[in-house]
Design a protein around this ligand. Structure first.
Ligand code: SF4
Length: 359
């Protein structure tokens, strides 16, 4: 809808003001080069892939573990995929872990272990989209490329008072971001924009009084900073339900199976379950890999995926003797951490154990 309010005509934002602020207030992050240090493209890439749709606080321990175990892209490329998935477990969006591994292999095999520096070449690698390509090119190689993520989009929408809702506003915000990238210190500029969005220009209650761009910020002048960026109304996620089976053998081990390679949580380990469907399965026991006297545990496990919301009931059953290895791997709960269990399945395990089903 057209906005009838008069548009302010502030002076254009000066990248130098943001860089001066960054020199004083930059965050110290384990993947970030300190002043005077040269950025390590492997660290930059690893952190950017991990940070997609995840917070800095969640990523730090994973990043440090990955780096300790695989200090170079060649080491990561040589690792078995299953080890990578296991280390990744809990970080979500497992297609990213597979792409991470595929990308490491491509860089090791086709680029002699060196990441390319041009955004177009980076964007040809598995798991690297336009944003990540720009971020790596800028941060690791100081190429004047824009890195417009969600934080930067928020800053830019406010700075230029863009009222078009997201996601329709994305191309415009990206173009605005590109228009600001300086020829020199492009990497610092990209990180400064991220830091400004993360620490000052926050989604709620932006600290405009501390902002280096306050005098040129259109949304600040109009007093609408907190209302931007606007977002198109989201349709509600569809709901699905299913039953997970907690099957314990005579030694106390629980059955884990590997999911199909393709699709949601591809290649990860899971407790066997029915299909996840809109309507509750009519006869869940028919989907169980063993016959047992099933006990429906009280409560349920809820998990939100990008495209649907899942509620799993958990049924517990016991079998005599040692479990059949043809069905999957039988693992005692104290060794679950050695397997690539996604967050959903960790929730199932916690739920089952809290109901004392494993005893
Ligand atoms: Fe964000 Fe406020 Fe700075 Fe504008 S002045 S960019 S709204 S923190």
């Amino acid at each position: 809808m057209p906005d009838a309010r008069p548009r302010p005509t502030p002076t254009p934002p000066d990248p130098a003001d943001l860089l001066a602020w960054y020199d004083r207030h930059r965050r110290v992050l384990p993947w970030r080069a300190r002043p005077g240090e040269t950025a390590d493209p492997y660290r930059v890439w690893l952190s950017e892939i991990m940070l997609q749709q995840t917070t800095v606080a969640a990523v730090v321990p994973y990043f440090l573990r990955f780096l300790a175990r695989w200090p170079t892209v060649d080491a990561l490329a040589a690792a078995p995929l299953d080890d990578v998935l296991t280390e990744w477990a809990g970080l979500g969006y497992y297609a990213r872990a597979r792409n991470l591994h595929a990308c490491a292999r491509t860089v090791a095999e086709r680029h002699q272990g060196m990441f390319p520096s041009h955004p177009d070449d980076l964007a040809r690698l598995p798991g690297i989209g336009a944003y990540t390509a720009g971020a790596i090119a800028a941060i690791a190689f100081d190429v004047p490329a824009a890195a417009v993520d969600g934080n930067a989009e928020r800053v830019l929408a406010r700075l230029f008072s863009v009222e078009t809702p997201l996601p329709a506003a994305k191309p415009k915000l990206r173009a605005l971001g590109e228009s600001l990238v300086p020829e020199k210190r492009a990497g610092d500029f990209a990180q400064a924009l991220m830091d400004l969005g993360a620490t000052i220009c926050t989604p709620r209650k932006p600290a405009c009084a501390l902002c280096p761009w306050r005098d040129c910020c259109a949304a600040f002048r109009l007093g609408i900073a907190e209302n931007l960026p606007r977002r198109a109304a989201k349709s509600e996620r569809p709901k699905r339900v299913g039953v997970a089976f907690w099957i314990v053998d005579g030694t106390g081990a629980v059955l884990l199976q590997r999911r199909r390679e393709k699709g949601l949580l591809g290649g990860m380990m899971e407790f066997p379950s029915t299909e996840w469907t809109a309507a509750a399965p009519a006869n869940p026991a028919a989907a169980a890999p063993v016959s047992a006297e099933w006990r429906a545990l009280p409560g349920s496990v809820r998990h939100v995926f990008t495209h649907f919301e899942l509620t799993l009931a958990v049924w517990a059953g016991r079998i005599a003797g040692r479990g059949d290895p043809a069905l999957g791997v039988w693992v005692t709960p104290d060794r679950f951490a050695e397997h690539a269990l996604p967050s959903l399945m960790r929730k199932v395990a916690r739920h089952a154990l809290s109901k004392a089903a494993g005893g």
